[in-house]
Design a protein around this ligand. Sequence first.
Ligand code: ATP
Ligand code: MG
Length: 452
Amino acid sequence: MRVPRVAYDFADVFKKHGFQCHLVGGAVRDILMGRLHADYDVATDALPTQVVPLFPRVIPTGIKHGTVTVHFHGTTFEVTTFRTDADYSDGRRPDAVVFTPSLEADLARRDFTINAIAFDLVARSMHDPHEGRADIERRIIRAIGDPSARFREDGLRPLRACRFAAQLGFRVEEETRKAIPGALDILAKVSAERVRDELLKILASPVPSEGLLLMKETGILGIVLPELLEGVGMKQGRYHCHDVFTHSLAACDAAPRESLILRLAALLHDVGKPRTLAAAPDGRPTFYGHESVSADMTREILLRLKLPNIVIKDVVHLVTHHMFNYQEEWSDAAVRRLIARVGEPSIDALMALRRADQIGMCPENAAHFPEGLAQFAQRVKEVKDAGRAFTVSKLAVDGSDIIRSLGVAPGPKVGIILKELLQSVLEDPSLNEREKLLQIAAGLLRERLGGP
Ligand code: ATP
Ligand code: MG
């Protein structure tokens, strides 16, 4: 085992006080697979109250469940006392955790064999009673014990199986997979926060569609994201090779992995299409207005999944504006108007979403379409570099100028005038000078706004 020095140093503190310290969970898996891992799960026979005084920086993250978080030499350790979980009567959370001095008992309560390997950091030896190492080698997710019973104990585990499959590129072993449909009623009762955390890990996986397809095939998607299923089998127009559902997954795969916002936006950008389906005169399917239906549904879905408001706002914004269709013939003014409409800070994300969308339409489009987008990116850059105004706040006049120089009473009319001035400046940036703008405003007042 290539264990980082810091983990041994951490374990030394336990050793000095006569406690055990085992590396468990994701870090063991990753080290065995030759990967790096950022934070470490550790299991110990020390009670939480005995761990707290050992370190200066301890956060009682889940003290009821026996977990504390320790920051040690720049690394985060989640320390959990050996425990067995008593009675999961409703499948949401164990009713009570019972601490145990036995590592074997602690490993037996864990979900999958690959997650139940312990590396004793004091004795420097491996404990693998459920043959997790063999399953890592075979790239298999297998429940410990009877999968049906384990899934009914905690309804989140089936979703975790999909998460690990996507995250690691593993297969879910047959018996484990077959047990999932029988536990969906329990999954339906699991808290949105726990579901969200697993779903976000699927979206951050190299190929999220691997997890999402498994969710569909096992029935999990019908519980967690039923809206996506409306697009299964729904044919689209001539630029598309896939049905709406497959396209959404392909777009999600194509979105940059490091951006949760883009992965969410790509997955949900067309979620409203099925509800806007109509037929063109020639019989082709149309989805007019789907971007706003998709945006509304996206907001609802992300609220239900308890995502932070700031994430919801960004994703909904991107979904709302995803339909722009850049053409070479666009004037500079058209490019400026689009930037003004979506906001300068969102324009790069919107282009990335569009790119993922286009790659998700047809694999063979990948080579062709993004050329147009690259050209659009260049146009955006030129327009931005020219230092043009895209917002009212960048105009050469402000509200108080309008009030003082033109005698307009403070009120909504001032805002209307500023917005009109911005439209003029987007059309012709040379108009962004104080005298010129005041002149245009005076004209507006006279001709369209009935005076000051
Ligand atoms: P990651 O790399 O994402 O942190 P992980 O395997 O460490 O993956 P965690 O959710 O951090 O996953 O959980 C740590 C360990 O706790 C797991 O490896 C597993 O042994 C155990 N565990 C976590 N959740 C459950 C659960 N719902 N049921 C049983 N055991 C669980
Ligand atoms: Mg972990």
